[in-house]
Design a protein around this ligand. Structure first.
Ligand SMILES: [Cu+2]
Length: 194
């Protein structure tokens, strides 16, 4: 009886050693498989050309966006789009002004401040001393004069497919332009199915 009792644990150890080895091999294989499985989606993503990350296809690089302006120069400029860009509606347009402050119309006459406007498919107003017009309801197929009287510095534009001209024009609380504007740029709005 005593001899059998001593043999039993010894046999168990001998049997369990290969079992442990086999178990560790299985874990190792699982880790390798796990690694391969994890790598596969990443590799597929890297070659997927259909990922749509932005509605704007722009070639503006970070250096151009952040270029310094001479002190005192007054100009309005588009931050995230430039002449020749292709966009999909609706597209975000960000803008800024140098040498002036942005204030809402409701704040009244504050020296050295004003608010932004975008002229869409419209020339620079002939009478620069006249207030920038407001679109009348249903006057046009799409908006032509956008006022940012709350002091906004970005917007979403939803324009029909085709070429459109955009120009920033900075104006006072009466919507009378300062002689501060951006260059006119032309963007192409791609068809929604494009
Ligand atoms: Cu205005």
């Amino acid at each position: 009886m005593t001899a059998q009792r001593q043999i039993f644990p010894d046999t168990l150890v001998k049997k369990s050693a290969p079992a442990l080895l086999a178990l560790s091999m299985l874990i190792g294989a699982a880790l390798v498989c796990g690694h391969v499985l994890a790598a596969t989606p990443a590799a597929a993503k890297a070659t997927d050309t259909h990922v749509d990350t932005d509605s704007i296809i722009s070639t503006i690089n970070a250096t151009e966006r952040t270029r310094p302006f001479p002190v005192g120069e007054k100009l309005a400029y588009f931050v995230n789009i430039k002449d020749g860009d292709q966009v999909r509606s609706p597209f975000r347009v960000a803008f800024a002004v140098t040498g002036m402050g942005v204030s809402p119309v409701a704040a009244g006459d504050i020296h050295g401040t004003g608010h932004h406007h975008i002229l869409i498919d419209m020339p620079m107003p002939a009478d620069i001393k006249a207030p920038i017009p407001f679109d009348k309801p249903n006057e046009y197929q799409h908006q032509h004069y956008k006022h940012f009287g709350n002091g906004e510095t970005e917007t979403l534009l939803d324009l029909p497919a085709g070429k459109h001209t955009l120009r920033l024009l900075f104006a006072d609380h009466n919507h009378v332009p300062y002689y501060i504007s951006s260059k006119e740029i032309t963007v192409t709005v791609l068809d929604k199915t494009h």
